[in-house]
Design a protein around this ligand. Structure first.
Ligand code: ATP
Ligand code: MG
Length: 901
């Protein structure tokens, strides 16, 4: 990532640098070594520049040597071959340079000769006027002007340069064609003063016939003209020059009549540049370019001049345009730079964009991965939570299971232990009672055995170790046998018990022990939940592949909730009476499932219940034919005394030590009733609702209540007792198999006064009861000796007494105030009020009212604000004398004595 950013920065810097360093570079560099400096050469130079205006990619440099051969030689040597692409040279001399220039040419740099050449043939191109042609044209022109007759003086340039030689040659050739055209003299001009002013003057004097002067340049012609003028001969002579450059000493001389004609000597500047461009661009070109000449006389000089003027103007225009173009180029270059910069910036931005996109993508991807991981973690968390919830539920189930088990075990155990202890301590031996007790012990021992059996079966089922012991048996006889076991019970309860079978015999493979348990449970359930006089019908049906057994009753039926949970372990429904452990159906279902069958319930609250067992006709795997199945009901003992629970209501309500006993276990209930009945009046019920009604009716001295009860449980009942002011004073002892501290806390919260844990010691229970009764007595005694004031009463009872006293105070003036009226106002019965007040204060209500009036009388008497008869009326006495009698009876003093003492 870091390297990526670094390289990105580098790229950006390079781009910016490139865009900023953008300059217009020349493509080619041409150097022109110009030999001389004169008007003609200036024209050549400016022609070249004009032509170069069309080639802005060429850098052009003119180096002049001012006719100095040595200097030009140095210039040639100084040329840096690395830095030029083409050399143009107009050599000062034809001889001296060839080697130096050849060297350049050989190094690969094209060489163009202009106007003049060297002796060497090592060059790329030559551009120059055809001096021979010029000389010849001059000759022809003169011949034509003078019709082949005349005398000519030729003024030639130094004969070291090729033009001089060529011109001379051409001229001679032309005039030699005309015999009457004589050359008077040929003067080589090296020095104007010497060769023209003197020599020409001399020649003119010597040759007065001379009528024509042909000079190699316009300048020489002008010098000749001046010399002739001095001699007064200028007008007689015909002057012809060469060059015809558009300057004063050129064409102007023709215009103003100084010269008669001049021959155009083209500079070839434009052609040189055109050729150079072709060479550089590797295009075809002419190695030798001869420039054409023209004769300019007074006839055409004006046209020429005006054309030249126009060209000049155009040149100015071109230069202006060039400047403009340069300006535009500059702008273009700036804009180009800007464009480069923007492009660079854009590129960087695009790259950055791509980079950011890449980063974003990467981030999104990592976010996605994180999200996925989060989701996975969340799922795991949920899974763990689920598992922990399951584990929690399993633990709770286990705890519940244990508490159920212990409860179920403790009840029969206490029904064995308590009567046993009772027997051991017994002094008198009432045979009938001993038998009764032993029966109870026996019955509960069997009950324990059955429970243990059931648990073992459950365990086996859970561990998957339960196996079927299938034998071929007559199912009809088998069921009939079981039903018959219930006949006695049916008779007792006047129940119409029937076994209906359209078949005499059905040979069928099943596990008799297990099916016995199933049917036994179903029939005994039917008995439990069918009231006396009802019906229980067991029927059997057969199909090709299955057998159906129905056990139908018209008992109390089940609510949909009960129906849904009936097969759950320990479920005992919402029945107010608890008649079993809630294991039977769960086991039955498992056993039927082992037979690959199905057990279903059809039940309606209040109408009855039908259980249906469907068993597939199975192949007999283990035929135990030689081992006949014994089907017997060992559990019958359980039913011997099983009659509807009755509330022992035979004792009339004496107000001395009444106990209300609420215990749903029938045996325990009966046992305790019997035992406690000796010392207390026992009112027994098997459920809390009935118990509560009994409590309200007789306001007992003590309540003994089981914790686990169908419907309202022991805690709820305790709470109700303690929060109702009619009953709040009654001590509650909870009987519980739950030995856990939690249930004790729960019970204490509800306001229970004591606990007795199952299995309990009978003596301990009786001692506890005694202690509680004595406590009550002590409290009553204390209250009865002292003046009652609510503050002195136990916290829980204060409210009742305050209310009670407030009611007395409210009605104190009412002389007919009765217990009836007070109990009505308190929403209690007369008995309840009586029991409550006497339980709390050991006084009857009338006494309590009298005490209250006495207390108030004493206060009023002490106050001295009211007279005695006023006090008497205020306290509800019909006459003051009745008040005096009452007061004296209680205090042995008359009210006035009390006031004065
Ligand atoms: P156990 O059979 O272990 O001694 P139980 O009879 O209470 O105890 P189950 O046989 O499992 O337990 O029955 C579960 C509950 O289904 C019963 O407590 C009762 O509420 C309800 N029930 C069962 N059979 C009937 C029936 N014939 N009529 C009404 N309710 C029934
Ligand atoms: Mg049952």
């Amino acid at each position: 990532m870091k390297t990526f950013i670094n390289s990105l920065l580098l790229a950006f810097i390079i781009l910016i640098a490139n865009s900023c360093s953008f300059k217009k570079e020349y493509k080619y560099r041409i150097v022109f070594l110009q030999c001389c400096h004169d008007d003609w050469r200036n024209v050549m130079n400016s022609e070249m520049r004009r032509e170069l205006a069309f080639h802005p990619d060429i850098k052009f440099e003119i180096i002049e040597s001012y006719s100095d051969t040595k200097k030009q030689l140095e210039q040639i040597k100084e040329i840096d071959k690395q830095k030029i692409d083409l050399l143009i040279i107009s050599p000062n001399e034809s001889k001296s340079f060839s080697t130096a220039i050849d060297e350049i040419y050989k190094s690969g740099i094209p060489v163009i000769y202009v106007d003049r050449k060297t002796n060497s043939e090592q060059y790329s191109a030559f551009i120059g006027a055809d001096n021979y042609e010029i000389g010849k044209t001059a000759g022809k022109f003169i011949a034509s002007q003078f019709k082949g007759r005349g005398n000519v003086i030729e003024l030639e340039l130094e004969m070291t340069s090729s033009p001089a030689i060529e011109r001379n040659r051409g001229f001679n050739e032309a005039i030699n064609l005309y015999p009457e055209l004589n050359k008077v003299a040929t003067l080589e001009v090296k020095n104007i003063e010497l060769d023209i002013n003197k020599k020409l003057a001399g020649t003119l004097k010597n040759h007065p016939e001379t009528n024509i002067i042909f000079a190699h340049t316009d300048f020489l012609a002008l010098s000749a003209y001046r010399t002739a003028q001095k001699l007064g001969k200028a007008k007689d002579l015909f002057f012809v020059g060469i060059d015809a450059i558009p300057v004063i000493n050129g064409m102007q001389l023709v215009k103003n009549g100084t010269l008669n004609a001049t021959l155009l000597y083209p500079t070839g500047g434009a052609e040189v540049i055109q050729t150079a461009v072709k060479i550089l661009n590797r295009q075809a070109y002419n190695k030798e370019t001869k420039l054409l000449t023209n004769v300019i006389t007074s006839d055409n000089v004006n046209i020429m001049l005006s054309q030249i003027q126009k060209i000049k103007e155009q040149q100015v225009e071109i230069e202006r345009e060039t400047l403009k173009i340069n300006d535009l180029n500059k702008t273009y270059s700036t804009q180009g730079n800007l464009l480069y910069f923007i492009t660079a910036l854009l590129t960087v931005m695009v790259v950055l964009g791509v980079f950011l996109y890449f980063l974003l993508n990467e981030k999104q991807q990592s976010n996605r991965i994180l999200e996925e991981q989060n989701l996975a973690i969340l799922e795991q968390k949920n899974e763990i939570e689920k598992v922990s919830l399951l584990a929690k539920k399993a633990t709770e189930d286990k705890m519940r299971f244990y508490s159920y088990i212990s409860h179920e075990f403790k009840t029969p155990l206490s029904l064995i232990l308590t009567p046993t202890e009772d027997l051991l301590q017994r002094k008198s031996t009432d045979l009938k009672e001993i038998q009764l007790t032993l029966k109870l012990i026996n019955k509960n021992a069997y009950r324990l055995l059955r429970l243990v059996d059931q648990f073992l079966e459950m365990r086996k089922l859970d561990a998957g170790k339960m196996e079927l012991e299938i034998g071929q048996n007559d199912l009809v006889a088998f069921i009939k046998d079981i039903v018959q076991d219930f006949n006695l019970k049916a008779k007792q309860k006047q129940i119409d018990l029937q076994f209906i079978s359209p078949f005499k015999e059905i040979q069928f493979g099943f596990d008799p022990e297990k099916l016995d348990k199933v049917l036994f449970n179903l029939i005994s359930n039917a008995f439990k939940y069918t009231p006396d006089g009802g019906l229980i019908h067991v029927s059997i049906l057969r199909n090709i592949d299955k057998i159906e057994i129905n056990i139908a009753d018209n008992g109390i039926g089940m609510t949909p909730e009960e129906k849904a949970n009936a097969f759950d372990l320990f479920y005992r429904g919402n029945k107010n009476i608890s008649l079993g452990t809630g294991l039977g159906l769960a086991l039955s279902q498992e056993f039927v499932a082992l037979h690959k069958g199905e057990i279903t319930i059809n039940s309606e609250k209040g109408k009855g219940t039908t259980f249906r067992i469907v068993l597939p006709i199975m192949e007999v795997k283990h035929l135990l034919l030689d081992n006949p199945v014994l089907v017997s009901s060992k559990n019958n003992t359980e039913f011997e005394e099983d009659s509807a629970l009755m509330i022992e209501n035979n004792t009339q309500l004496t107000f001395e030590n009444t106990i209300i006993l609420i215990e749903d276990n029938h045996d325990l209930n009966q046992f305790l009733t019997r035992k406690l009945g000796k010392n207390y009046t026992v009112v027994a019920t098997d459920n809390a609702e009935d118990g509560w009604q009994e409590i309200l009716t007789c306001i007992p001295d003590i309540i003994i209540c089981d914790v686990m009860l169908p419907g309202m449980d022991g805690f709820a009942l305790t709470q109700r007792v303690k929060s109702d002011f009619r009953t709040s004073h009654i001590p509650v002892i909870l009987l519980t198999a739950k030995s856990q501290i939690e249930s004790q806390i729960e019970g204490t919260k509800a306001g229970a006064d004591d606990y007795i844990l199952k299995p309990f010691n009978q003596q301990l229970l009786e001692e506890k009861l005694k202690g509680l009764v004595e406590n009550r007595e002590r409290m009553r005694r204390r209250f009865s000796t002292e003046v009652i004031h609510p503050n002195q009463v136990q916290k829980g009872e204060r409210r009742f007494l305050i209310e009670f006293e407030a009611l007395i105070e409210k009605n104190i003036q009412d002389s007919s105030l009765s217990v009836e009226k007070l109990s009505q106002e308190l929403g209690m019965s007369r008995v309840q009020l009586f029991r409550k007040v006497s339980a709390l204060t050991n006084r009857n209500v009338a006494d309590y009212i009298a005490d209250y009036k006495l207390r108030k009388a004493k206060i009023l008497l002490n106050d001295h604000e009211k007279n005695i008869s006023e006090i008497a009326y205020e306290l509800g006495f019909s006459t003051p004398s009745y008040f005096t009698t009452f007061f004296k009876q209680k205090t042995d003093k008359t009210p006035s004595d009390w006031r004065n003492s």
